[in-house]
Design a protein around this ligand. Sequence first.
Ligand SMILES: [Zn+2]
Length: 287
Amino acid sequence: MDIRFLGGVDAIGRSALLVNGSLLLDYGLEGGTPVRTPPDVDPDAVVVSHAHLDHVGAVPSLLKGGRRPPIHWTPPTRELADLLARDTLKLQAGRYDRPFTRAEVGALGEASETHGYGEPFTAAGHEVTLFDAGHIPGSAHVLVDDGETRLLYTGDFHVADQRLLTGSTARPEADVVVCESTYADVTRGDRRETERRFARELRETVHRGGTVVVPAFAIGRTQEAMLVCAAHDIDCYVDGMGVAVAKRLRRTPGFLRDFEAFRSAMGNARFVTGGGARRNGSRGRTP
Ligand SMILES: [Zn+2]
């Protein structure tokens, strides 16, 4: 098996791994102005581990010039990749060096092939299976078998349970493991205790007439914060791309740990839709 790293490795962003010259695993984007993509490549098929910009951000550019390599991913990854691509277009509007065009984003649907966890499929002549990585909704470990060697590309993964997702437990056998290690040297405290402290501080601040602003990543973290607020009976306003992400996640209920809890967290949260609502939210008034 021939494995080539086209990005990632010693830097965060632009993750891309080419297997046997034909199967591409992830094709990420590095933020900034201008954004940076991995080197140009024309694979026979693509598998995407999860919908974070540094793993999926440059995927639409693989469809340029009428190219249509099949893109394999889970249903939530497909939903969120579409959202990220549209957001990237918006942020890069008017720039001549945009990483991809509106037409290429529009073609994602044509190239897309979705798969559930544990359901093997063929991609560029390889047998591929996705396993739940517990990182964000739809995130996957990717197991690739070329008939001689089994490669496990972990992608980003999380082993502890969150309210939104169950931690990853899949440990498929492999000959080679390419493992995400960005936070490998960080020891985290007990999650339940951290959550209790967080909720207590929110409540105390609000009780004193204050407002708490929680900066959170749009994918995963914002919805986890919504679930924490609902579980502790705390009112919350949700702004930014986290709103669109939450709405998309309603379409793929089977990929969340507890869809009913997620639904009631959606009911508990107030979505900020405009400047007036944003001002009211920051003052703790109902929009
Ligand atoms: Zn990630």
